[in-house]
Write a protein that binds this ligand. Structure first.
Ligand code: GAP
Length: 676
């Protein structure tokens, strides 16, 4: 089948999500609320499965990561330390005409002619001032011309006063009617406004947009005064959403902080301001010491958390992709600084030395090789390791490597404290295409090497020590020769000095502190560095839904081919694992047997029981829900066609539509193997 176009496909996906209960608009009965989404019964199961699999892969399946569940509202100082209060903002522009708000970097560039108006005057005022000169003037051609010159104002005023079209009015009579209605002669407004239209011939259109603007500023029947026209190319200063020839001016960009503000306690004062967390990560840093002390972990180790995050996005878009309330799955993996690794191991392994990492290719099959972390790994190796681990996890839940893009941020794109960041992108249907027509992908997850910035910030802002003591380092350091001690100590001191000065500490103080930090390193003390794989649950759900959606042809009850919508979820994430169908609902022996099978499977997986409608229809419903397996209980199960088939059921595979006979007793282990 031909692939549906992007918009058409996203519309089909959004419609299926609503129809089958994956995702609903929040507060829909009140018209919805932009940027907020609810998950229906199938969506909720899908989301729980994804979170459960992530949690299991991070914690139960490895010994070096522990979990945390922190509050959404935390001490506001946390957001000062993290930099969110001062810098967590997007550049925002407003359309002067519609008041709509956009992210400046998302405005489409436009070319054409800009009509710039300096001010506007109400038609009544324009007529009055013209009339002064008209009345002083002797009759003649010039007076006629002046009278003709106010015809536009007359028309505008007549329209504004709602007077009949076909009646002829004396200009000053109209001004009198205006004064009676509004109690004034008319006024002007000195405020400039520009409109971008596609060519000079569209001056009337530009003027209409400007009139609309000045009307919205409170002028009645305004006449905008054109100051100049100019040709522009790829300008991002005009609203492209108003349609061709209606490019109203945008304000200059200004920062807009994305954190949702609230007040703790009954008094809405500045000292009670708090924020809904914009990421889950900061709680992990703030609780680092408590977790370290209670979990008996040692660096390198990680703390992970799943939870809600809130961002007052300027422009939520692409269904759930950019939402204002969403969930994150974040890991902060704490590692030794490279100087400590070198002191202990003699040498730091580079990323290329990490087994199999150089073998990655875009279309490689999931590899069975699993690099085991080594004591000589520095930040580069750990970073590459986590990128690879995360991609493998996506593969394990049904997103093939070929649907993902590993995007290494360029040096100019990196946050000042980050040493490297890899964005893992998924090729969503709405992603932009490159020159070859390939989807470029949109971010699912960022894997950042954040140096020791986060814990250092919390140490400075809270005044509480965030460093660790590393016995192995202390012992190893004592055995180093003086030259190595000197070289490693100096490198560490330089790095700490760079961090401190970039964070605003005065040079003299920073030099003192950096020296003290280097002295600490020699005694086995340091602030751990961090690798942060940070994923969005909702974006992943959308990626899974987009990837699962497919249409094919399947025969209906009468053997006629019809379009079948199938959600090809990996059985691990599928909301319902197996559907149970008694062939006929009016045969108690079939129903009884089907209920027995349901009870057999129910304690182990999500099961759906359906006895309504023709069996083909029931299969279709489950195909749309993405249920990978269907079990039909028929007369063979009862042994009516021979004892050899007694207590066997038909197991149908959603994707191949193949059916096989399976003994009821074999069903549970067989299904468990497929869904785990
Ligand atoms: N602690 C790092 C951090 O929060 P981020 O790149 O801002 O990094 C991490 O967010 C992930 O959270 C993103 O890769 C994305 O999956 C998800 N995310 C961020 N903003 C989102 C939004 N407005 N709607 C849905 N998911 C979002």
């Amino acid at each position: 089948m031909a692939e549906p176009k992007t918009n058409e496909l996203m519309e089909k996906i959004a419609s299926l999500c609503k129809r089958r209960g994956f995702i609903f608009q929040s507060s829909e009965i009140y018209g919805g609320i932009n940027g907020f989404w609810d998950y229906g019964p199938l969506g909720a199961e899908l989301k729980r499965n994804v979170k459960e699999l992530w949690w299991r892969s991070m914690t139960q399946e490895r010994g070096d990561v522990v979990g945390l569940e922190a509050t959404i509202i935390m001490h506001p100082k946390i957001w000062e330390a993290s930099g969110h209060t001062s810098t967590f903002s997007d550049p925002m522009v407003d359309c002067l005409l519609t008041k709509k708000r956009f992210r400046a970097d998302q405005v489409e560039p436009q070319s054409g002619v800009v009509f710039r108006f300096d001010d506007a005057v109400e038609a009544a005022a324009a007529i009055s001032s013209a009339n002064q000169s008209i009345s002083d003037m002797p009759d003649g051609e010039q007076k006629e011309k002046l009278l003709r010159g106010v015809q536009k104002e007359v028309q505008l005023l007549r329209h504004a006063l709602n007077l009949p079209r076909d009646q002829v009015f004396d200009p000053m009579e109209l001004v009198g009617a205006f004064v009676r209605k509004y109690g004034r002669q008319g006024r002007s407004l000195e405020r400039s406004f520009s409109v971008l239209v596609s060519s000079e011939t569209e001056s009337a259109r530009a003027e209409r947009v400007a009139q609309d603007f000045y009307e919205k500023q409170g002028l009645i029947a305004p006449i905008p005064r054109l100051a100049r026209k100019e040709q522009v190319k790829d300008s991002k200063g005009f609203n492209s959403e108003n349609g061709p020839g209606k490019g109203a001016e945008l304000t200059p960009p200004r920062p807009f902080n994305l954190m949702f503000k609230t007040y703790v306690g009954p008094v809405e004062s500045e000292e009670n301001v708090a924020y809904l967390r914009p990421e889950t990560a900061q709680a992990i840093f703030a609780q680092f010491k408590n977790v370290l002390e209670t979990s008996r972990q040692k660096v390198p180790f990680g703390i992970c958390q799943i939870g809600k995050a809130f961002r007052n996005e300027i422009n939520p878009r692409n269904f759930t992709f950019r939402s204002r309330e969403f969930e994150q799955m974040e890991l902060e993996f704490f590692i030794r600084p490279d100087e400590a690794v070198e002191a202990i191991c003699g040498k730091v392994a580079s990323a290329a030395e990490v087994s199999n990492i150089e073998h990655r290719t875009a279309d490689a099959q999931p590899s069975t090789l699993n690099p085991q972390p080594q004591p000589n790994w520095g930040w580069e190796a750990w970073h590459s390791y986590w990128v690879e681990q995360r991609i493998r996890w996506y593969e394990s839940i049904g997103l093939p490597r070929a649907t993902l893009v590993e995007y290494w941020q360029k040096p100019e794109e990196l946050a000042h404290y980050a040493r490297a960041t890899v964005d893992i992108l998924f090729k969503f249907p709405f992603s932009k295409r490159d020159d070859q027509g390939e989807l470029t992908g949109e971010e699912l997850e960022g894997v950042a090497a954040r140096s020791d910035f986060d814990l250092s910030q919390h140490q400075r802002f809270s005044g509480k020590a965030m460093g660790v003591f590393d016995e192995e380092l202390k012992v190893a350091w004592a055995k180093l020769d003086e030259t190595t001690k000197q070289a490693l100590g100096q490198r560490y001191q330089d790095a700490r000095f760079a961090y401190l000065t970039k964070s605003g500490v005065a040079a003299e103080q920073a030099a003192w502190d950096a020296k003290a930090d280097a002295d600490g390193l020699a005694k086995g003390q340091y602030i751990p560095h961090v690798i942060e794989p940070s994923a969005g649950v909702d974006r992943l759900i959308l990626a899974l839904i987009c990837h699962a959606y497919s249409e094919d042809q399947a025969p209906d009850e009468k053997g006629k081919l019809e379009t079948r919508v199938v959600m090809r979820f990996h059985p691990r994430v599928a909301p319902i694992k197996v559907a149970i169908f008694p062939l006929l609902k009016n045969r108690p022996e079939l129903v009884r047997k089907a209920e027995e099978v349901r009870e057999l499977l129910r304690p182990h997986m999500a099961v759906f029981y359906d006895e309504v409608g023709a069996i083909g229809r029931r299969y279709r419903r489950q195909d749309e829900a993405g249920t990978p397996f269907g079990v039909t209980i028929d007369f063979d199960t009862l042994g009516e066609k021979g004892p050899e088939l007694k207590d066997t059921v038909t197991l149908r595979d959603r994707d191949s539509m193949k059916q096989e006979r399976v003994k009821t007793g074999d069903l549970l282990p067989l299904l468990l193997e497929k869904v785990r």
